[in-house]
Design a protein around this ligand. Structure first.
Ligand code: GYE
Length: 343
């Protein structure tokens, strides 16, 4: 059969009970232009391969998935890769071997995890990616996996840059603390920020052009963690005492950087302006204290939207390749109002 099956026709065939898809695991070796279908069942077993549980964001995300699974009476099989990409690959392989009905997970690194998304497809298990995406040149949404549910990380970087330009009057010597190397949000948050400084937004020139007075004087990964954010900031601060701003790819690293600055006798919020991403309770507290300037929201509460998207997929509805999560923005104008409401 040379005709390429669309997802709809696969679902229709499946629903018609042709017998072809009954076990749902017969596809190995065959390339379909759609992710494997998921049939209507009384309950589901969901494989959830978490990257780590070492910060409030990850803990909130796992809890959101657990709560939603429990509310529906579904079984959530969880793994924890403990910040180790090789472990997450092994975890996903093991969930595939266990024959879960569907995989819903955040790929720690966008290229490294793409092959196991293809393995899941070959095994007849649909995949929904949440919070981080894979490299589309290796695995494509709508074809190899159902969809990516998450934020526009490039735009988050743009928003952080725009706020910082405003707050510093376009004059800043910036240290950038990058997220995990190879992680989709780290790549895109860097790009969105750097593009804005270079006078570009989503491929088009900004009205004001490049911002000559804003320069990234050092940029290094802090691996999205508070401890490494602090350690990297200590080192970079020694080599770059003339720093006047910090852009951290997440709140945890910004909180670490604030500690490093204070230890070095600097006054974060006064002589160094900080901006980050996530919108955690600790970040809102820091904004109210005056040490952090602003944070772009990046929500960890994926449970309800992930399971609702799974419902739509089971029902055979068309799912966009990207289910975009809209993010708020927190600064001194509204942080107090939201204190304690996050995670
Ligand atoms: O910003 C960060 C976490 O993948 C969007 O990962 C997520 C990021 C989030 O460790 O705090």
């Amino acid at each position: 059969m040379s005709r390429i099956l669309t997802r709809r026709s696969v679902l229709r065939l499946s629903a018609a009970g042709t017998g072809l898809f009954v076990a749902g695991r017969y596809f190995t070796g065959t390339t379909f232009a759609a992710p494997p279908p998921l049939e209507q069942q009384d309950t589901y077993t969901i494989g959830f391969a978490q990257t780590d549980l070492n910060n409030p964001w990850r803990i909130a995300e796992s809890k959101s998935m657990q709560d939603e699974a429990a509310a529906r009476g579904y079984t959530l099989v969880e793994t924890n890769a403990n910040e180790d990409t090789a472990k997450q690959i092994a975890d996903v392989k093991s969930l595939i071997a266990q024959g879960v009905d569907i995989l819903i997970f955040p790929p720690r690194e966008s290229q490294a995890l793409a092959p196991v998304v293809m393995e899941a497809k070959a095994a007849g298990i649909p995949v929904i990616l949440i919070d981080r995406d894979v490299d589309h040149s290796i695995a494509a949404p709508g074809e190899d996996y159902v969809t990516f549910i998450g934020s526009d990380f490039i735009d988050q970087g743009r928003r952080a840059a725009e706020w910082l330009a405003e707050a510093t009057g376009g004059e800043a010597r910036i240290i950038q603390l990058e997220g995990t190397t190879g992680a989709d949000p780290a790549i895109d948050r860097q790009q969105g920020f750097e593009d804005y400084l270079a006078g570009m937004v989503q491929g088009s020139p900004t009205p004001d052009g490049p911002i000559a007075g804003m320069e990234i004087i050092a940029s290094q990964t802090g691996n999205f963690t508070r401890d490494q954010g602090r350690e990297v900031m200590q080192t970079l601060l020694q080599a770059n005492p003339d720093v006047t701003a910090v852009y951290a790819h997440n709140d945890e690293m910004a909180i670490g950087a604030i500690a490093a600055l204070q230890e070095a006798g600097r006054a974060p919020g006064e002589d160094v302006t900080l901006v980050s991403i996530d919108g955690s309770n600790a970040a809102l507290d820091a904004i109210v204290d005056g040490t952090l300037g602003a944070t772009v929201e990046s929500s960890p509460f994926f449970g309800p939207i992930a399971f609702a998207t799974m419902d739509q997929y089971i029902a055979g509805e068309e799912i966009p390749d990207w289910v975009k999560v809209e993010d708020r923005f927190f600064d001194e104008s509204n942080a107090a109002e939201f204190q304690g409401t996050q995670y």
